[in-house]
Design a protein around this ligand. Structure first.
Ligand code: DGJ
Length: 753
């Protein structure tokens, strides 16, 4: 891995074994983009990647020069105001009303390692040799401001990280109305844009569209990254498949309002950018202050969508998730939410925990309803004191009882919220986000605390710190159940009101950071009405995320498939819940529910005390099975095999392969049974073609160890001739129904022979 610099003309080439990223200083001192893609040999000059010639109908920078226009150049971090007519990455309003900036190259530094971003989540390195960083400082003479662009290239991940920082060295306030994290002008627009879109209970569905002249964008204005759009998109060539072809991924390490945008101009140049949402954003930068953007992680793969996903999986698992839990196997948990909702007491919880222990569960999580007087969702958020009616001995006695029963104890909080019926709201009504004189809208009967205020964060920190220090808590589920409205802070002056959503997220990060520092052993799982804040920013603090409130096995196929575009299995919370499913009322077998949830961080969300003996036995086997293969699942390479968003969507398949390719687990799922079906094959991936593998279809849901004896095959055969999907439904004439039924699943275990 190297960062080369050519002095004249000034160019920078970030290169590792597989990718190259080349940029240069343009004639006017701005930065231009030259190349991002498969690794190139370094050469002394890449100027020929950029053509210049006179074109009618545009404007030029220099008198007497009809060639140099920013409109014709491919730019690296476009700023507003001169000859570029596309949407910029940066716009700054000055006191005289000017919105023009003119940042010119001033200096640069290249160094080993990767810097932290103060107060913001970011990927990191353990050793300096893992990455190199280029920091370019540009200066605007009129504003007396610096723009610092930071680029890092990793040795072992085909990713470039980018962020930007504006420093006000002048004597006047600056108003930053747009500060994106990254922007790249690609030479053509022959791409499809892939995005992860949805809503509550159907998060991160994969959508694709051909990019066209004009602007196409995704984003959030909800105060959080949202379940509607994920802060990620990919641009793939039309012929790129899961395994072959070029794709660029743009992912933002941020949990608040964002924008991801592609603008195709009149010369078919595609400007791909990502960063903070400019809509309703403004940041007043006083003299001497600096503003740091979040980090964008840009990935290039010439091995298709799955190649891109694996780069994100490895980077985010190994160098975004932090702390003790990064490398540890994650516990199998049981959560009482769908088992009891708000209606529980100490005895009920202890009986669930004791029964769960017998089945092999490792962690009990007490969900919503343990504090204040919370019997429904109308009260008590903000009052993080245990409810004596339900838990007379408090959280500490309950946690001790659960611990005595042999399980670790986890606890739910929703730190950012307040209910009107609460001691906190009575004491500090102005701590809720609201506009004076206007009605306050609610979501789920609750209001959002103004986390842009340090005293609010301090108060919640003290309460949480107190609960966590007085009980043996090893896991925290951090929930967040509504979007922002009437955005205004009682503590901010009028000219800083548009800073609130970003300041709020900085407050959330600050609280997480303090708790992680104080309780490094605790495993945090983030949650937001299910998966409304499943983003890389959260993963820096909470190694796993509750993927969706929708636990129906069929719905989960699409949700988990989409989530896997960016996020590794170790981050994807996946639980077995009861049937009829609480979200869609569908009835699926325990086997299918388990075999979908196996591909994530596994757990249960039902009342184990109500299970039949047969269900208990099956659950025990599922847990044994997951424990046996947990390392493979949580640390292996994930491959998507059959896409539920294509064709009829009736089939889904995926698999996970160990690092040294000696073991794999394959899951195939069929929504509706197909009568009199043909004999289909499933082409697996990622195996060693020359290794001999023993393949067992895990036949019995009663006992995963009691499987078909299996057969032996070379890896090449399994990948290129495929696995036999089984005889399927054969009708009653042929001796009874063999294997059939809607919502079915099949697992194969592939082990080196
Ligand atoms: C929403 C979460 O997604 C659920 O898992 C549960 O924790 C509820 N909130 C509790 O209110």
């Amino acid at each position: 891995m190297m960062i080369f610099e050519n002095e004249s003309p000034r160019q920078f080439h970030l290169q590792n074994d597989e990718i190259s990223y080349v940029l240069h200083v343009l004639k006017n001192g701005h930065l231009g983009h030259l190349y991002f893609g498969t690794r190139l040999n370094h050469r002394e000059d890449f100027s020929h990647f950029q053509q210049e010639a006179e074109r009618a109908g545009t404007s030029y920078v220099y008198e007497g020069d009809m060639n140099f226009s920013l409109d014709l150049a491919r730019l690296e971090y476009p700023v507003y105001g001169s000859t570029d007519y596309r949407e910029p990455a940066l716009q700054i309003e000055q006191l005289n009303g000017s919105r023009i900036s003119d940042f010119k190259y001033a200096s640069h530094r290249i160094y080993a390692g990767k810097p932290e971003l103060e107060g913001l989540p970011a990927t990191y390195v353990d050793e300096e040799e893992e990455a190199r960083t280029l920091e370019i400082t540009l200066h605007d003479r009129v504003m007396e401001a610096d723009l610092i662009l930071t680029y890092t290239i990793f040795k072992n991940y085909n990713a470039i990280t980018r962020s930007s920082k504006v420093v006000n060295h002048g004597r006047e306030d600056l108003n930053l109305s747009r500060v994106l994290s990254a922007s790249i002008d690609m030479p053509d627009s022959d791409y499809e844009m892939i995005q992860l879109s949805g809503s509550w209970s159907r998060e991160r569905h994969v959508k694709s569209r051909r990019i066209e002249s004009g602007v196409q964008s995704i984003g959030s204005t909800r105060g959080t990254s949202s379940s509607q759009q994920n802060p990620f998109y990919a641009l793939k060539r039309p012929n790129t498949t899961e395994d072959v072809g070029d794709v660029i991924g743009m992912s933002l390490v941020y949990s608040g309002n964002f924008l991801g945008q592609v603008e195709v101009d009149h010369y078919d140049v595609a400007r791909a950018s990502i960063g903070l949402q400019p809509f309703d954003f403004n940041w007043k930068l006083e003299p001497g202050e600096a503003f740091q953007s979040p980090e964008a992680v840009i990935v290039f793969s010439n091995q298709g969508m799955n190649g891109m996903s694996q780069i994100y999986h490895n980077l985010y698992h190994q160098r975004l998730v932090r702390g003790k839990w990064r490398d540890r196997e994650r516990p199998i948990l049981i959560n009482n939410w769908e088992a009891t909702y708000f209606d529980f007491d100490e005895d009920k919880i202890v009986s669930i925990a004791s029964q769960a222990k017998e089945l092999g569960v490792e962690l009990f999580v007490l969900d919503d309803g343990w504090f204040g007087k919370r019997d429904d969702d109308t009260t008590s958020l903000g009052d993080w004191f245990y409810d004596e009616r339900k838990l007379p001995g408090g959280i500490s006695r309950l946690a001790e009882k659960v611990t005595e029963a042999g399980l670790d104890f986890g606890l739910w909080f929703e730190p950012e919220m307040v209910s009107k019926q609460s001691e906190l709201f009575e004491k500090h009504p102005d701590w809720a986000i609201q506009v004076e004189g206007r009605p306050m809208s609610h979501g789920r009967n609750q209001y959002i605390l103004d986390f842009s205020r340090k005293e609010v964060v301090d108060y919640i920190y003290e309460l949480m710190h107190d609960v966590l220090s007085n009980a043996p808590v090893t896991y925290v589920k951090w929930d967040m159940n509504r979007y922002m409205t009437e955005i205004s802070s009682a503590a901010l002056p009028s000219d800083r009101q548009k800073e609130l959503p970003h300041r709020y997220i900085l407050g959330v990060y600050d609280l997480y950071e303090r708790l992680i520092r104080d309780f490094p052993e605790i495993l945090f799982e983030s949650c937001a009405s299910g998966g409304a804040r499943f983003d890389p920013g959260m993963l820096y603090y909470a190694p796993q995320t509750w993927t969706s409130d929708d636990t129906d096995a069929v719905e989960r196929l699409k949700i988990q498939y989409g989530t896997s575009m960016v996020y590794p299995l170790s981050t994807i919370g996946a639980h077995v819940s009861e049937v009829p499913n609480h979200q869609v009322k569908r009835i699926t077998s325990l086997k299918t529910r388990g075999e979908v949830a196996f591909f994530g961080t596994f757990g249960y969300e039902l009342d184990v005390t109500n299970m039949s003996e047969a269900e208990k036995e099956e659950t025990k086997n599922q847990i044994d099975f997951y424990k046996q293969h947990r390392e493979l699942i949580q640390k292996g390479d994930f491959y998507r095999l059959v896409n539920p968003f294509e064709g009829t969507g009736n089939d889904t398949a995926w698999m996970v392969v160990s690092d040294n390719r000696d073991k794999a687990l394959v899951g195939h799922y069929r929504v509706l049974a197909r009568p009199n079906d043909g004999f289909h094959r499933l082409y697996v991936k990622g195996l060693d073609p020359d290794k001999k593998y023993h393949v067992r279809q895990l036949a019995s849901h009663e006992d995963y160890n009691e499987s078909h004896s299996g057969s032996t095959h070379f890896g090449d055969e399994l990948m290129f001739a495929g696995l036999n999907l089984g005889a399927g439904y054969s009708g009653t004439q042929a001796g009874g129904i063999k294997e059939s039924g809607d919502f079915s699943s099949t697992l194969w275990l592939i082990e080196e022979a």
